[in-house]
Design a protein around this ligand. Structure first.
Ligand code: CP
Ligand code: NVA
Length: 326
């Protein structure tokens, strides 16, 4: 995986760290890995044999943890999960963690609260650092989201995605990546839950260059009109649990249900990064219904992150023909 356009050694802290062309390269790799894995549940020539990934998680996870761990195993490597109590400043300084791990493993995935922690890890470690979710961004999610949308629309350019709810980490990454691909990313949010203004400016600059659009409103019914995708996320993100009751009140009119999908149009599909709170931000009827892309979206975390690992860590140079039987 060397040569022009190689992503080897790069970090993924924000989804804006990659150009649209580089994301296209990751998607092309993911297409191949997905097709092979879907056909045989394995890879004939695992490209990351002997490679290792450290996973520093300060918050719980189902999808991110399992897709990275399973993904590394499927690619011939191994992942080491380090839960909150062992890491990140309490036992030793972030810079010391980085300086140790770069000598042991080939890449780091980190899930933290403050975004600054992943920035510091990346600044201190010479190996790729992947943001597995911070309060600011969830780039791996957005890559899988746009990969999923790409499988369901004729062209990303001009495709309308309507995000309903909180202007949070998931919205931030989706807005940045959608704008980079010329999409129209809309957001309906209640007062007080607007996205980060710096992220919005960055996304607007990207949209200006690609012909994309960012649209904001209060009324979900208006925001979804003509949208191909109606997207939502939890009203209360991890770390905000003390605000759960006030958020339940603020977001009460921001539930994705069948009526909202009907208002979007006949081809509209529902997406959610998960975990979902059935009956809060999304109904069970939508999640389990024929218009849901939610579990395909979740599956694509596996394929897209495997592609990302292959691109960032690179093909194994030791025993380059391993697995070929020759
Ligand atoms: N969507 C997502 O990142 O899920 P987890 O929190 O389970 O990893
Ligand atoms: N916005 C959610 C996403 C979970 C994957 C959170 O930060 O908890």
């Amino acid at each position: 995986m060397t040569g022009p356009g190689s992503l080897r050694g790069r970090d993924l802290l924000s989804v804006a760290d990659l150009s649209a062309a580089e994301v296209g390269r990751v998607f092309a790799t993911a297409d191949g890995l997905k097709a092979e894995f879907r056909a045989t549940r394995r890879h004939a020539n695992p490209p990351l044999a002997g490679r290792t990934l450290a996973m520093l998680f300060q918050k719980p996870s189902l999808r991110t943890r399992v897709t990275f761990e399973a993904g590394m195993a499927q690619l011939g490597g191994a992942a080491i999960y380090l839960p909150e109590d062992a890491v990140m400043g309490a036992r030793e300084a972030v810079r010391d963690i980085a300086r140790n791990l770069e000598r042991f493993v080939d890449a780091i995935v980190a899930r933290t609260g403050p975004h600054e922690v992943v920035l510091e890890l990346a600044a201190q470690a010479s190996i790729p650092v992947i943001n597995g979710l911070t309060l600011r961004e969830h780039p791996c999610q957005a890559l899988a989201d746009v990969f999923t949308i790409r499988e369901h629309v004729r062209a990303l350019q001009g495709t309308v995605v309507a995000f309903i709810g909180d202007g949070n980490n998931v919205y931030h990454s989706l807005a940045l990546l959608g704008a980079a691909f010329g999409m129209e990313v809309r957001l309906a949010h209640p007062p007080g839950y607007a996205p980060n203004s710096g992220i919005v400016s960055r996304a607007q600059s990207l949209a200006d260059a690609t012909g994309g659009r960012l649209v904001f409103g209060r009324d979900p019914l208006e925001i979804v009109r003509g949208a191909s995708i109606v997207y939502t996320d939890a009203w209360t993100s991890m770390g905000q649990e003390v605000q759960t009751e006030e958020r339940r009140d603020a977001f009460a009119g921001y539930r994705v249900d069948d009526a909202l999908l009907d208002a979007a149009g006949p081809a509209a599909r529902a997406m959610h990064c998960l975990p979902a709170h059935r009956g809060e931000e999304i109904t069970s009827a939508v999640m389990d219904g024929e218009r849901s892309l939610i579990f395909e979206q979740s599956e694509n975390r596996l394929h897209v992150q495997k592609a990302l690992l292959v691109e960032l860590i690179g093909a194994s140079t030791v025993g380059a023909d391993q697995g070929s039987g020759s």
